[in-house]
Structure formats: structure tokens, C-alpha cells
Design a protein around this ligand. Structure first.
Ligand code: FAD
Length: 462
């Protein structure tokens, strides 16, 4: 069969690319090896209970302008619930709430941050000093930190160990999937500059009210409307290459010819789809094997009564970083989802031990769980959850666009690991898909970032 554009991989990057290609009037064929869309941000039916579960809670933020644009195009933006308050467990007290007050960005959190019992005055002064430094250096200034860890920045700004453990670490590891002393500093700096300081809506959390898989339902109709096709359960085995250009994709169901190919598979898969001749012809394909990964653990627990009383909870200083309330069923059982990012140390534990440790954290954070045992535990280990954003990683990230100095000019790359400047996130994946489609079609492109608040710009954040 022939397509104008063959897109390999039906994760968020591939969906984004295929939709934008379709909108440009070209016919995309989207090939996905699994029988469903969404890649790492999807849902599965638990064979033990028949319940549809997300492989892991996925959090969007207000600053994810391209992801929100994709949801809007798919017509599912109304299925995202916005959470202006972030709850931080503080037993035996009620959880601290971090929320924007009446001050404009970048000072919107000042009131609630000062009220947080989690940190003392010295810790808070240190945090304020670091935030000031992040503003003064500007967005461009974080480049100077490339190659150093965010931990080095925390040290340079004199953070207390309490602030590091209870404030910086939970945010950094959740957003970048690596602890501060391992993550390349600019990745974490971006989270605070653009996700907290730049705009009052930027850090507002968006959670899907439906299983993630349902968010992608409209994609197939959009692709078909353009004369394209969605082929689920079909695996790419190689990218066909005539020595100069790609000519299509070899799949387990035969060759799908195409005038151009957008690869939206993870870097290790792309590495396997490319012949040595392709790698020799295109620099973007030459260092894929050097990219490392970092795991995430998601744990679904059911409690016989409601134990978690806030929609979500940060567990500062604990092994489990987040709890999410996934609703109470007809028999009064509460479904709680626990997330552990940067979870390398958990990967060799069995489910019983994982359940024991997470339950201990639930009991610590939620007094109502004392004396109870979860009635079910389901852990989902994602060993290759995201790329490892370590110092040196930025140099390995290829551009979506073909290399102007030479390369395969009808092969476009997408995926959260491509050079979007973003950590491994749904937003990064959409950006990469939009960039690949725009490079190919000459239309569309990226959505604008949230505008920086005037006061933030005045303080140097530009
Ligand atoms: C546990 C976990 C929690 C996360 N939490 C968050 C979060 O809270 N917020 C956030 O923004 N991001 C989060 N992320 C990151 C986010 O899921 C990813 O950044 C994003 O989904 C990546 O999308 P992608 O399209 O680049 O890649 P993928 O989702 O990996 O998509 C690639 C697709 O290619 C397909 N494929 C692979 N090989 C082939 C082949 N040979 N032929 C055909 N198809 C193939 C795969 O099946 C897959 O569907 C999380 C990730 C994980 C794993």
C-alpha cells in the first residue's frame, strides 16, 4: 500500500504528527504495534479485575500549551480537570496547600508557601534565594548550567538539606524522573522558570477524568477524514532506504510505501529500524544507542474505605512521591494510585514488597489508613519509562528536521526524546510531533508558550 506520509508509532508524538499531517491535506498512515493508541500514556484492562487502569497517572500542567492544543483538536479538552491546589502531606497536621494567591506571577505562591508548615524560615529563605536566582538568570541563562546537575545549583544557592529533601526533590524527581544530583540542571530549571515563575496558570495540574486511552478515540476518524489510515497491531520491522531517501516502512504485513516517513517510536526502537547505511547517511541516527533510561513505578491500591481525603497528595521525604484519588466505587472502596518516579531502587522488588512499602507511606500520610490493609495491589513497572536527562544528554537529542548539512531529507523524527528542550513529558511528545509535521508540510507548527507575566519579565525572566 502507499501513503503520502508513513508515521511509525501511535504514542502521543505519533498521534500529534499524524493529525497535523492530516490537517495539511496529506494522507498519513499511522502504524502502531499495539492494538491501541497512547504508547506510554495509555490504559490497560487489568486481567485480575477487568478494570480499566492507566499504566500510570499522567499529569498535565497549564504550561503544556501544545498538549492542551492537541486535546482541543481531539475535542477532549473538557475531560481534563484542573487542580489549582497542590496538597503536601504534613502529618499529624492537615496537609499543607500550595496555591496561587492574589499576587501576580512570579509571586503568586508567596502567601501559601510562607504558610507551609513543612519548611522552617531558613529553608524558605533559601528557596526564595534560589527562585530569585532562577529569575535573574533568565531562560537563556540556564544553558550555562548544561553539563552540571541541578544538585550543584542547589548547593550553589545554599539550600538547607530539609528544603532539598522536602521541597526541591519531590518536584524535580516528579517532573524530570531523576533526582536532583543526577539530572542535568537546565531540565529542572525549566520546570521552575516556566512551570512556576512565568505565569500563574503554568503550574496548575490537569488530570484526565477518563482513562487516558479514551482521550485518543477521536484520532482515528480525523486520520480517516484525510484519506489516511490507522493500522493497529502492525509492527514496523525496518525503514526502507534506497541509499539516498527513505521509501516507506517494512512491516510484518508487508511494505507500506510512502513519500516521507515520520518515526515516532522510542530511540531504542528507531535504532533497530535503521540499517547501517541509514545511520551512515544521517547524523541524527548515530548516537541513539548512547541514550539512557530511568524507570517509574505506578501502584494501584484499593482500600475498603476512603483513606485519602484530598484529590492528590505529595508525600515529601517518602519513597512514594504522590498519591492520587481515583474514585470510590459502588461498594465504598477507594481506589488510590501511587507514583514513584526515578524508581531504579524499586525495580527488583516483588509486588508484595512494593505493596508493603507503599501502604506504609499511605498510612504515614493518611491517618484513616491506620489498621487497614489494601484489599488489592497492582504494581506497574515501567523500566524504560523515560530517557535519563543526565548531564550530556542534550547533545544526544536529535532534531525533528533533517540535518541541513546533509542527511535523509524525507525522514522526520518525533518522540519525547527529540530536541524539544522539554523533559520526557506528554508536552515534549506533542511538540516533537508538531515539529516533525511542520518540517514536512511547511504548515502548522508549535503553539506559543504561555506569555511571561510582566512582573516576571521585569525581574529578569525572559
Ligand atoms: C509511568 C509513566 C508516567 C509518566 N507520567 C507522566 C506525567 O505525569 N506527565 C507527563 O507529561 N508525562 C509523563 N510520562 C511521560 C509520557 O508518557 C511520555 O513522555 C510520552 O507519552 C511519550 O510519548 P511518545 O509518543 O514520544 O512515545 P511512546 O508513548 O513511547 O510511543 C511510541 C509508540 O511507538 C510504538 N512502537 C514502538 N515500536 C514500534 C514498531 N516497531 N512499530 C510500530 N509501533 C511501534 C509503541 O507501541 C508506542 O505506542 C510518564 C511516562 C511513564 C512511562
Amino acid at each position: 500500500m502507499t501513503a503520502e506520509v508513513v508515521v511509525i508509532g501511535g504514542g502521543i508524538a505519533g498521534i500529534a504528527a499524524a493529525i497535523r499531517v492530516a490537517e495539511s491535506g496529506r494522507r498519513p498512515v499511522l502504524i502502531e504495534t499495539r492494538r491501541k493508541l497512547g504508547g506510554r500514556a495509555t490504559s490497560f484492562t487489568d486481567p485480575r479485575t477487568g478494570q480499566m487502569l492507566d499504566n500510570c497517572q499522567h499529569v498535565a500542567m497549564g504550561c503544556c500549551t501544545n498538549l492542551l492544543d492537541l486535546y482541543r483538536r481531539l475535542g477532549v479538552l473538557d475531560r481534563i480537570d484542573w487542580h489549582p491546589v497542590t496538597w503536601w502531606a504534613q502529618p499529624p497536621h492537615e496537609p499543607d496547600r500550595l496555591e496561587a494567591g492574589w499576587l501576580p506571577a512570579p509571586a503568586q505562591f508567596t502567601g501559601s508557601f510562607l504558610r507551609m508548615r513543612l519548611l522552617g524560615w531558613r529553608d524558605k529563605l533559601g528557596v526564595a534565594r534560589a527562585m530569585w536566582r532562577l529569575m535573574r538568570m533568565g531562560i537563556g541563562g540556564r544553558r550555562a548550567w548544561q553539563g552540571r546537575s541541578f544538585g550543584a545549583f542547589l548547593q550553589a544557592t545554599g539550600q538547607t538539606s530539609r528544603a532539598c529533601e522536602l521541597f526541591w526533590e519531590p518536584v524535580v524527581v516528579s517532573a524530570c524522573n531523576l533526582p536532583s544530583d543526577q539530572v542535568d540542571a537546565p531540565f529542572a530549571m525549566q520546570v521552575f522558570q516556566e512551570g512556576f515563575l512565568g505565569h500563574r496558570f503554568a503550574s496548575t495540574m490537569g488530570l484526565s477524568t477518563v482513562p487516558l486511552l479514551e482521550l485518543y478515540d477521536p484520532a482515528e476518524a480525523m486520520i480517516r477524514q484525510a484519506g489516511g489510515e490507522l493500522r493497529l497491531g502492525v509492527s514496523a520491522q525496518a525503514i526502507a532506504f534506497d541509499g539516498r531517501r527513505v521509501t516507506g516502512v517494512v512491516t510484518d504485513e508487508g511494505l507500506v510505501e510512502g513519500a516521507a516517513v515520520i518515526s515516532a517510536v522510542p530511540f531504542d526502537r528507531l535504532d533497530r529500524l535503521c540499517s547501517p547505511a541509514m545511520k551512515a547517511a544521517d547524523r541524527r541516527l548515530q548516537r541513539l544507542g548512547e541514550i539512557g533510561v530511568s524507570p517509574i513505578l505506578g501502584v494501584h491500591l484499593t482500600y475498603p474505605v476512603q483513606v485519602l481525603q484530598t484529590p492528590h497528595l505529595v508525600l515529601p521525604g517518602r519513597g512514594t512521591q504522590w498519591l492520587f484519588d481515583k474514585g470510590t466505587d459502588g461498594s465504598g472502596h477507594q481506589h488510590v494510585h501511587a507514583v514513584i518516579s526515578g524508581a531504579a531502587a524499586w525495580m527488583d522488588l516483588d509486588e508484595a514488597e512494593i505493596g508493603r512499602r507503599v501502604h506504609e507511606d499511605v498510612v504515614w500520610a493518611c491517618p484513616r489508613a491506620r489498621g487497614l490493609a489494601p484489599s488489592s495491589i497492582r504494581s506497574v513497572k515501567e523500566r524504560r519509562a523515560t530517557f535519563a536527562a543526565v548531564p550530556g544528554f542534550a547533545a544526544l537529542r536529535p532534531s525533528a528536521r533533517p540535518d541541513p548539512r546533509g542527511g535523509i531529507d524525507n525522514l522526520l523524527l518525533a518522540g519525547d526524546w527529540c530536541d524539544t528542550g522539554w523533559p520526557a513529558t506528554m508536552e515534549g511528545a506533542v511538540r516533537s510531533g508538531y515539529a516533525a509535521a511542520a518540517a514536512l508540510t511547511g504548515s502548522g507548527g508549535m503553539e506559543a508558550d504561555l506569555p511571561l507575566a510582566p512582573l516576571a519579565r521585569l525581574a529578569g525572566l525572559r
